[in-house]
Design a protein around this ligand. Structure first.
Ligand code: GTP
Ligand code: MG
Length: 198
């Protein structure tokens, strides 16, 4: 398969700056530090396309990447970083909620949860919200390389129980080993091509 050309488009502070050319879009959502930018880089096959943060909780922008002339990948700001102020948290909610409610081209959400950890309340809130909005989503259990095979299988069962409802798939991924990356890429492509023909 030909390697896709992935280009950074814009860091958008709000809807006025979101792309308007109508290409289908796939959003990456999850708590701060869960591995959104790393997974995006792994999908694109490059190491520093989306900046991998050393200071979690800093991104307040939606970063858009265009894949060929086919689709956008949108890296949404992470939630749940303890050190951010109440005010910042409110801004995060406004930005992400308005994105999820209003974003016409949104074809698929990739909901990232750390394979190693129990979900946090904010993950459950997001899962419920995706369901209420009827948004198609896949659950990506990140950093799968950090678990042994048996432990990973056990965590995947727990995540399936917690977040499988409404999900198109629950998959283990690793930006390190690229486990699950081809499968996720396939789901992304599939959702985008369905959106184009819909
Ligand atoms: P925010 O932008 O702050 O919301 O974080 P993020 O969700 O984009 O996470 P990011 O990709 O910046 O990764 C956070 C940390 O986890 C970095 O130190 C990464 O190197 C590490 N990390 C991400 N994915 C993996 C993975 O698959 N395996 C391992 N071992 N580490 C990972
Ligand atoms: Mg990031």
């Amino acid at each position: 398969m030909r390697k896709p050309r992935v280009e950074f488009t814009i860091s958008a502070a709000g809807p006025a700056q979101f792309p308007r050319d109508g290409l289908p879009e796939v959003a990456f959502l999850g708590r701060s530090n869960v591995g959104k930018s790393s997974l995006l880089n792994a999908l694109a096959g490059v190491s520093n396309l989306a900046r991998v943060s050393s200071q979690p909780g800093r991104t307040r922008l939606v970063n858009f990447f265009r894949v060929d002339d086919d689709l956008y990948l949108a890296d949404l700001p992470g939630y749940g970083y303890a050190a951010v102020s109440h005010e910042t948290r409110g801004e995060w909610e406004k930005l992400v909620t308005s994105y999820l409610v209003d974003r016409g081209p949104l074809a698929l959400c990739v909901f990232l949860v750390d394979a190693r950890h129990e979900p946090m309340e904010a993950d459950r809130v997001l899962h419920r919200f995706l369901g209420q909005q009827g948004l198609p989503f896949v659950v990506a259990a990140t950093k799968a390389d950090k678990l042994k095979r048996g432990a990973l299988a056990q965590r995947l069962r727990a995540l399936q129980a917690a977040f499988g409802a409404g999900a198109e798939a629950v998959m283990a991924v690793s930006a390190e080993t690229k486990q699950g990356v081809p499968e996720l890429w396939h789901a992304v492509r599939e959702a985008a091509s369905q959106a184009r023909t819909a």
